[in-house]
Design a protein. Structure first.
Length: 190
């Protein structure tokens, strides 16, 4: 019995120094981030959206021009079709030629539409990945500097206290870094 008491006291005094410091430790720091707000309000997010909008507008303008050419050819074909009732050999050959051209134009138009859609998606992904990379670098810095255990996106989060939202801080850092980088780029340009 005496050995049991001694063993208990030894274990007690060995374990207590490890248990007591754990009561004084900080709670895990958690942060919330609204990525959509970053894309909407940061300089780099706004620039990315405006560049994509310009690319989309250029593609749309080109497609509209091609569609007008297609419509013009279709109108000519309709005119020839009404003349075809008179059925001269020359009108029939012209009608067949225009019909073939119309089919080719339609196919080309659909292929161009697919190409532009794919090109736009590639540009969108490329620019989003670039922006996401910069945001991730800033989050890594903030996480290490501030001692966050993890930083979670607001999507899928039903409730969080406003004081753990670091979105505005990230936007400020992102904008200041972007302005510095753009200033360096402007100095390099002649």
């Amino acid at each position: 019995m005496r050995n049991l008491k001694s063993l208990f006291l030894v274990h007690f005094f060995i374990i207590i120094p490890f248990i007591i410091p754990s009561y004084g430790t900080d709670v895990a720091k958690i942060a919330i981030l609204d990525t959509q707000k970053i894309l909407d309000e940061s300089i780099i997010g706004k620039k990315m959206k405006s560049e994509l909008k310009k690319i989309g507008a250029d593609y749309s303008a080109d497609l509209e021009a091609k569609e007008k050419e297609f419509q013009k050819l279709q109108n000519e074909l309709n005119t020839l079709s009404s003349l075809n009732k008179n059925s001269s050999v020359e009108n029939t050959k012209e009608f067949d030629k225009k019909t073939g051209m119309l089919e080719i134009k339609f196919y080309d138009l659909k292929q161009l539409e697919k190409k532009y859609h794919n090109d736009f998606r590639k540009e969108e992904i490329k620019r989003f990945n670039y922006t996401n990379k910069i945001i991730q670098e800033i989050l890594d810095e903030i996480g290490k500097k501030e001692g966050y255990l993890f930083i979670k996106n607001t999507r899928g989060t039903l409730y969080f206290a406003e004081d753990i939202d670091i979105t505005d801080n990230v936007i400020k850092l992102l904008d200041s870094r972007y302005k510095k980088d753009e200033g360096k780029d402007n100095k390099k340009k002649p």
